[in-house]
Ligand binder design. Structure first.
Ligand SMILES: Nc1ncnc2c1ncn2[C@@H]1O[C@H](COP(=O)(O)OP(=O)(O)OP(=O)(O)O)[C@@H](O)[C@H]1O
Length: 669
């Protein structure tokens, strides 16, 4: 990057900030004037104050990353793209900065090598505060040479964007105008991940209203993979995109530990839904001994038959466990009225309403309800199940000493449990309390503002403009978190679009979670059935998707391998044939070097060899990366240790991670 060019761009950006400062000063002056204008009618003043406050807010937010891009057009013109639009009033409002949402800014987001949309170059600025630290260019409309150069370049620790060299079949997927589920299938290295991420960037731009509000969820196989792809999306989209591994889909849990193969199968299949239903039913108990409920004159007992009656009523209500607690309580109270009246005496039937009321308020009865039909959180339900209740429910294999040591396959069960249990009224009461506290806080703020000694009597006071509720709402709306942060913390958040990478690995239970997060079924599903390592994973896309969308999903195939040299793919072919004899290999762009096989005394030799060769990974079943961890990644050199100890699918994944060289190592015995 030429220093001269950097300083020219810096000057340009500085002058944009000067313009911003001037607009801010003007907005501030207008706000002050509106606040102090004694003649204006209150309603007009209120509108003016809000308008100018919002304008000031917008200008303030634009401070960070005011200008982040430039587009150069085939007609020789040039445009600077930024968070807001700015123009020069002294020069007939000549545009200085184009708002990224303006239609003319579109090519900045959507142009690709295959569709340059009238651009010759796109420039991305990297700024810190008001200082320009650097920029990088996508030269568009490039020939094959650029693709080759990109593919031959050594790989870094993170994935790069491919906008400049996107190929036609990939471009079609990125821009496909399909609102439902799109399945993108293709062999290793065909750019499925790259394409899915560019599609997100494209959708974030073309459907930004909905997506900025609801956010996009990108699910990838593990945290290492998510770090690897995290830099690909243009920085603008970052606040709207949640990256999560399957072990992170339940807020507050970050599971990385894996269960045994058998348990993964048990927890991943649809039968787990029934298992959970049984676990919930197990918490709707009958008393072993009658539980006394003391009333003013008599003591009645919650015995098994009263509890059975109440349980049947509560179950028949169709409400979820926590929500049905009140039904259980009321039914139990009903069941105890007769016994109480019998004890009080045969002549006191007219006391029935009083007794019912007394039972309704009885702390003893509340305690009995808590014991027999307790409020449950998903974590409590599962931890108790694993720590011992699994024996009673008939699944002893689920036992573990620390029930809360969550595994990846527990996550969909936690989510399913949340569905079965419903929100507990306790939790809702807490939210209600929180809201009351916010209003109280807002009132406090108003009082402070209202007694500000600086203000004169005839000046507008804050309470004239706002009330506590409004302030509390604003306080909430300003809840400084981004869409992505709010979405990630909220189990019931529904996303505008969901991307599933390495989708062949997800279990049926994991699909249920994702479908709950995506009620509009706007999804990009990316995978390769031949690379499936998970026993509980997908065997056909139709089997996975038809329960949710029938046959209303669209399928696209990518056929060219941009990563793995043909020589390595030939070597991997026998493993692929074992996984699926009918599977077609993608065609590799490069021939590359033939894989090397060697026998070594110990792995130290291998590490020394690799240290000289760009990025590398050693993949093995014990030591280095496991085939599971290597999923979706790539390295200049890949060393696979003792492939015979892997399954065919694992071997296939391991071999195809190499961009340049594959070394296969066996240890001398
Ligand atoms: N059009 C392209 N121009 C330049 N590089 C590309 C292009 N398409 C893909 N690549 C590169 O090819 C490599 C493989 O891409 P990617 O990881 O998206 O493939 P994949 O299909 O998800 O692979 P796998 O299923 O094996 O994980 C990456 O380095 C990516 O940047």
């Amino acid at each position: 990057m030429a220093t001269g060019e950097l300083s020219t761009e810096q000057q340009r950006i500085s002058s944009l900030y000067d313009r911003l400062d001037r607009e801010r000063a003007a907005a501030k002056a207008a706000l002050d004037a509106a606040l102090r204008d004694p003649h204006e009618r209150r309603v007009h003043r209120e509108v003016a104050v809000r308008t100018w406050s919002e304008q000031l807010g917008r200008l303030k937010v634009a401070e960070e990353g005011l200008c982040f891009g430039r587009t150069d057009h085939t007609d020789g013109s040039r445009r600077y793209i930024g968070r807001i639009g700015l123009s020069d009033p002294a020069d007939d409002y000549r545009p200085l900065l184009t708002d990224w949402r303006a239609p003319v800014a579109r090519p900045f987001y959507t142009a690709t090598g295959a569709h340059p949309e009238g651009l010759t170059r796109r420039r991305h600025f990297r700024t810190r505060g008001r200082r320009l630290e650097g920029f990088h260019d996508d030269e568009l409309g490039l020939a094959d040479a650029a693709l080759r150069e990109a593919l031959d370049a050594p790989r870094g620790g993170t994935m790069r964007d491919i906008v400049a060299t996107i190929q036609a079949e990939q471009d079609e997927v990125i821009r496909l105008d399909h609102r439902g589920v799109l399945v993108v299938e293709g062999g290793p290295g065909t750019g499925k991940t790259a394409v899915a991420l560019h599609r997100v960037a494209y959708l974030l731009y073309t459907r930004r209203e909905r997506l900025a509000r609801q956010g996009v969820l990108v699910v990838g196989p593990n945290a290492g993979f998510l770090r690897y792809i995290g830099d690909v999306l243009p920085s603008l989209g970052e606040t709207d995109v949640v990256f999560a591994a399957p072990g992170e889909l339940f807020p507050g849990v970050r599971a990385v530990r894996e269960d045994t193969l058998e348990l993964r199968g048990l927890k991943g299949g649809l039968a787990a839904v029934d298992l959970l239903r049984e676990a919930v039913a197990d918490r709707q108990e009958l008393p072993e001994r009658p539980i006394p409920v003391e009333l003013e004159d008599v003591t009645v007992h919650v015995d098994a038959s009263a509890a059975l009656y109440a349980r049947d009523r509560a179950r028949a209500s169709g409400l979820r466990h926590n929500e049905a607690r009140q039904v259980f309580h009321d039914a139990l109270a009903d069941a105890l009225v007769e016994p109480a009246l019998a004890l009080i005496g045969p002549d006191w039937a007219e006391l029935a309403d009083d007794v019912r009321r007394e039972l309704g308020d009885s702390p003893d009865l509340r305690r009995a309800v808590d014991a027999l039909w307790p409020p449950l959180t998903p974590r409590r339900l599962l931890a108790d199940l694993y720590e011992g209740r699994c024996f009673a429910v008939g699944y002893p294999e689920l036992y573990r000493a620390d029930g809360s040591a969550w595994t990846v396959s527990d996550v969909p069960l936690l989510d399913e449990a949340a569905e079965l249990l419903g929100t507990s009224d306790e939790a809702e009461r807490a939210a209600e309390r929180e809201r009351a506290e916010q209003v109280e806080y807002a009132r406090g703020v108003l009082e402070v503002v209202d007694t500000d000694p600086e203000l004169h009597e005839d000046e507008l006071r804050a309470v004239d403009l706002v009330d506590a509720e409004w302030l509390a709402d604003r306080h909430e709306a300003r809840d400084h978190r981004t869409t992505a942060e709010r979405a990630a913390a909220d189990r019931e958040w529904t996303y505008g679009h969901v991307v599933v990478d390495e989708a062949q690995e997800l279990s049926e239970m994991e699909w249920r979670v994702l479908m709950r997060r995506s009620p509009n079924r706007s999804m990009t599903v990316v995978g390769d059935l031949a690379q499936r390592q998970a026993e509980a994973g997908a065997r056909s896309w139709d089997a996975v998707l038809s329960p949710y969308v029938g046959d209303r999903w669209v399928h696209r195939r990518l056929t060219v391998n941009y990563r793995t040299p043909a020589a390595v793919m030939d070597y991997a072919a026998s493993s692929l044939a074992l996984v699926d004899p009918s599977a077609e290999q993608p065609v590799s762009v490069r021939r590359g070097e033939s894989p090397v096989e060697m026998e070594v005394d110990d792995l130290a030799v291998v590490w020394r060899l690799c240290a000289e060769s760009g990025t590398f990974a050693v993949i093995g079943v014990d030591g280095g990366l496991s085939p599971r961890e290597a999923k979706g990644l790539e390295f200049d050199t890949v060393v696979v240790v003792e492939p015979e100890r892997m399954t065919a699918a694992e071997r296939y994944v391991a071999f195809t991670r190499a961009t340049q060289r594959l070394v296969v190592v066996r240890l001398k015995r």
